[in-house]
Design a protein around this ligand. Structure first.
Ligand SMILES: [Fe+2]
Ligand SMILES: [Fe+2]
Length: 191
């Protein structure tokens, strides 16, 4: 496989973010598979499909909340400070994040409506369309990010800078996961 980048030389924060791209893309592709048969004359989604959708949505949601914030709050600002010329590229990446979040929120709202039997018959086909759209958006996003990360960050960060970035990303991730756990416990108590 000649086109795969050799990752063995990559510094930790870059490798971590690129590995997360692979996990997130897999979850989005699974979402396309699960929604493939939905649409047309369909008036409801069966329970096993709804459960499978929910599991995938939880995985995607976690990625959006953790990976995107690690980039937005730690990685992007650090690279922008070190390489001001990369700022324009990062502005595009922020826009991609917003688009993906919007598409995902719409997808969740549609699934919630379907779960409660309130989805308009004409809206079922929106689910496979949105899933495919998210894969498309994310594909171009990670192509751009991988290029920036590989070209800039992996070559030019010192060991100390890398270690500091990894540490801050880990702290942020722990904080976000604690918050997510608290919200899901709260949700379970309310049910
Ligand atoms: Fe990313
Ligand atoms: Fe990103």
């Amino acid at each position: 496989m000649p086109n795969l980048p050799n990752r063995t030389h990559l510094i930790d924060p870059v490798r971590e973010l690129i590995d997360e791209h692979v996990i997130f893309m897999r979850a989005l592709e699974d979402l396309v598979d699960v929604t493939r048969g939905i649409g047309g004359e369909q008036q409801a989604i069966d329970r096993p499909t709804l459960d499978a959708l929910q599991e995938l949505l939880d995985a995607v949601d976690e990625h959006l909340n953790v990976h995107f914030l690690k980039e937005e709050e730690v990685f992007f600002p650090a690279i922008e400070r070190l390489f001001p010329s990369a700022r324009v590229k990062f502005q595009f990446l922020h826009v991609d994040h917003d688009r993906l979040r919007e598409a995902f929120e719409l997808f969740i709202a549609l699934v919630q409506s379907a779960r409660h039997g309130r989805l308009e018959p004409t809206s079922f086909a929106e689910l496979p369309r949105l899933a495919t759209e998210m894969v498309r958006l994310f594909y171009y996003h990670i192509v751009a990010e991988d290029a920036v990360y590989l070209d800039v960050a992996s070559q030019m960060l010192s060991t100390e800078e890398s270690a500091a970035l990894s540490g801050r990303m880990r702290l942020l991730e722990e904080r976000l996961r604690e918050r997510c756990d608290a919200v899901s416990i709260e949700g379970r108590v309310r049910m």
